[in-house]
Design a protein around this ligand. Structure first.
Ligand code: ATP
Ligand code: MG
Length: 266
């Protein structure tokens, strides 16, 4: 599988989704998500923002197929999600690399498991190694990398299967501010080439405004949509220019306000 750069695209639809985590004798059940409906257009970049515990990861895990809705359904393209699949790449806050596999073999994990021809897989891996700035580190072990480099490997690993959907749960949350910014730029530059549909969870309002076409702000648990904000800035965006754009401060203020005051006004 050489990297084609052309891939299938798909929308994500949450159709009246509710999710309860079951209780037991000692604790009650948790209603994490209530009657959540959202349509994410194919090829768009959507950020989910909301207070801790409002159900962002639960939504992402349901779209990934790791969790199942208690009621309602999730569609990717026209297919209902019933479990994980190679059409959806997932990146978490931790890179979750296999410590015994070197960088290149962590990146080729998906195609290797799928039994793809090794020569083609390696060609695709080299493409993403170059794209993510990991050239020269192909044969390093994960423990020999910095946190930012480990996340680059996780990004390359998610991207090598050319997923139509990329699900990201605070992928840069553990990185320092400078590294985070360069990872955001890297993510957008790859996304502009591939135009996968991205659902990206973050706590960081600046990150959401820099990355997203649309920001969905959730209420506290059970998570519902509190606000649906369109980010008006054209692409490509330059971070330094963006933060002095006349509309930036007002958008940041209203977004921050909606996140912080969700509890009082929902
Ligand atoms: N495996 C689980 N079993 C039981 N309850 C869970 C489980 N996972 C999450 N929860 C509960 O569901 C609610 C939503 O959790 P979730 O992890 O989706 O929130 P979140 O918005 O991602 O929070 P954060 O911003 O802190 O990551 C929380 O109250 C949490 O305690
Ligand atoms: Mg979470």
């Amino acid at each position: 599988m050489a990297f084609s750069g052309e891939k299938s695209k798909a929308s994500i639809i949450f159709d009246n989704v509710t999710h309860h985590y079951p209780g037991n004798r000692k604790r009650g059940k948790t209603e994490a998500i209530a009657e959540f409906s959202l349509e994410i257009q194919e090829g768009s970049f959507v950020c989910l923002l909301g207070p801790s515990g409002c159900g962002k990861s639960t939504l992402l895990n349901m779209a990934a197929g790791f969790e199942h809705p208690s009621s309602g359904r999730i569609l990717v393209g026209d297919k209902e999600v019933t479990g994980p699949g190679p059409d959806r790449g997932v990146v978490f806050q931790e890179a979750n690399l296999l410590p015994w596999r070197k960088v290149i073999d962590n990146i080729t994990l998906g195609p290797d498991f799928a039994g793809k021809p090794r020569a083609q897989t390696l060609a695709a891996a080299m493409h993403f190694i170059a794209l993510t700035g990991l050239t020269g580190f192909e044969h390093h072990a994960p423990y020999e990398l910095s946190g930012g480099m480990r996340q680059r490997v996780a990004l390359a690993r998610a991207w090598i299967t050319e997923p139509s959907i990329l699900l990201m749960d605070e992928p840069f949350g553990a990185l320092d501010a400078q590294t985070r910014l360069s990872m955001q730029e890297l993510l957008v530059s790859i996304w502009m080439q591939t135009r996968a549909t991205v659902l990206f969870v973050t706590h960081d309002v600046d990150e959401a405004i820099f990355l997203a076409d649309r920001i969905i702000i959730m209420t506290p648990r059970p998570g519902r949509i509190r606000q649906d904000i369109t980010v008006p800035f054209p692409r490509p965006r330059d971070y330094e220019d963006l933060i002095i754009h006349p509309e930036y401060a007002a958008l940041k203020r209203s977004t921050l306000y909606a996140v912080r005051h969700a509890e009082y006004e929902s």
